[in-house]
Design a protein around this ligand. Structure first.
Ligand code: NAP
Length: 330
């Protein structure tokens, strides 16, 4: 089968290439999926460039231990492991191949093995690309909005990075729960974020969000471009700060120091919580239902072909994708 592989770390266009590799064999609890679509998320570009360097202890010191990146997928089941009883060849599914940061086998390829319990049936009315690209972004937003922040009618919510893959889902989900949502993005994305349900939009090229007078019950920070202390000043009494970015920063540590500083604030009087979205069928089904009902949509910036994956990963590395970056296979 064809797959995008990398045998060293570096810029996607230099280290990733299309190659003929062996089709994976599903383990007992896995299925083999003929991939129709996948998408690029933060762990994929971090794994491509091998940053933060400290993560190489897990991902492979000199070169990546697994050659193919990607975890989101939508496609058709072609083979099932011997313990899988509730999926069969021909089923149209979407979900994730995510096992852990070390062993995730990758979905930037024609056939991917994935645990059966991280896949659900794709609703008929939802396209391959929309389904695939909803997985990591949508589940992160769902867990953040529904569980971590417990948002309800009237909750005032600030979403920094409102026009990214995660942010576009956060804005829609918080709006749907009746929150008063403020999104932060650049001018070119103001109308998009408003159309997704934001009541207020701050264009960061015109106004520094840390200097606004408003205060919020929940602050989601998907960018980490300001010191956590400055973001926490935006909280209303008993408000909750949710740092959710490890992407930007030095090559050695990326956003980890800022995340650590945010967590330290949580040892004091500030409420701080992070989002840990595990892929499971309950949450995937909720996401599938929301997509099928048209209650949320997957915002797609651009859809690439499999062979163009290096450019897709490079686009995510720009930190200015509008919504999600998808890949159609083959
Ligand atoms: N907790 C988890 O399990 C989990 C899972 C996945 C991702 N994440 C985190 O979620 C974060 C967001 O990921 P993503 O997939 O949405 O993609 P992303 O590439 O981080 O976000 C792209 C968006 O960020 C916006 N942006 C860039 N600079 C900004 C600034 N200074 N202020 C406000 N917005 C800015 C861009 O809008 P403009 O073009 O308008 O600037 C663009 O639309 C990542 O940092 C990642 O680490 C967490």
């Amino acid at each position: 089968m064809q797959a995008i592989v990398q045998d060293r770390y570096g810029p996607p266009e230099q280290v990733m290439h299309l190659a003929e590799v062996e089709r994976p064999t599903p383990a007992a609890d896995e299925v083999l999926v003929e991939v129709r679509a996948t998408s690029v998320n933060t762990p994929d570009w971090l794994g491509t460039v091998g940053e933060p360097w400290v993560l190489r202890v897990q991902a492979g010191l000199r070169r990546p231990r697994t050659p193919t990146r990607g975890s989101d997928l939508a496609g058709v089941v072609v083979e099932v492991g011997r313990d899988v009883t509730d999926l069969e060849p021909g089923d149209e599914v979407f979900g994730s191949s995510w096992a852990d940061s070390l062993a995730t086998p990758g979905t930037f390829c024609e056939y991917a093995a994935a645990p059966a319990d991280t896949l659900v049936r794709k609703p008929d009315g939802v396209g391959w690309v929309d389904a695939a690209a909803s997985v990591m972004s949508g589940l992160t937003a769902l867990v953040g909005v529904r569980d971590v922040a417990d948002i309800g009618p009237g909750t005032t919510v600030l979403v920094n990075g409102a026009s990214g893959g995660v942010g576009t889902f956060m804005v829609q989900l918080a709006h749907r729960l009746g929150a008063e949502v403020t999104g932060v993005c650049s001018g070119r994305n103001v109308e998009l974020v408003r159309s997704l349900g934001a009541d207020h939009v701050i264009d960061y090229t015109e106004q520094d969000v840390t200097e606004v007078d408003a205060r919020y019950d929940v602050v989601f920070d998907n960018v980490a471009n300001h010191a956590p202390k400055a973001m926490v000043r935006l909280l209303a009494e008993d408000g909750l700060f949710v740092p959710n970015s490890v992407g930007q920063g030095t090559r050695l540590l990326r956003g980890l120091p800022r995340m650590a500083r945010a967590m330290l604030l949580g040892l004091g009087s500030t409420n701080v919580a992070t989002i840990r979205a595990e892929v499971n069928r309950v949450d995937l089904t909720e996401l599938a239902d929301l997509l099928a009902a048209g209650e949320v949509e997957t915002v797609i910036d651009r859809t690439y072909r499999l062979a163009e994956t290096p450019a897709a990963v490079a686009q995510m590395l720009s930190h200015h994708a509008r919504g999600n970056v998808a890949i159609e296979v083959p």
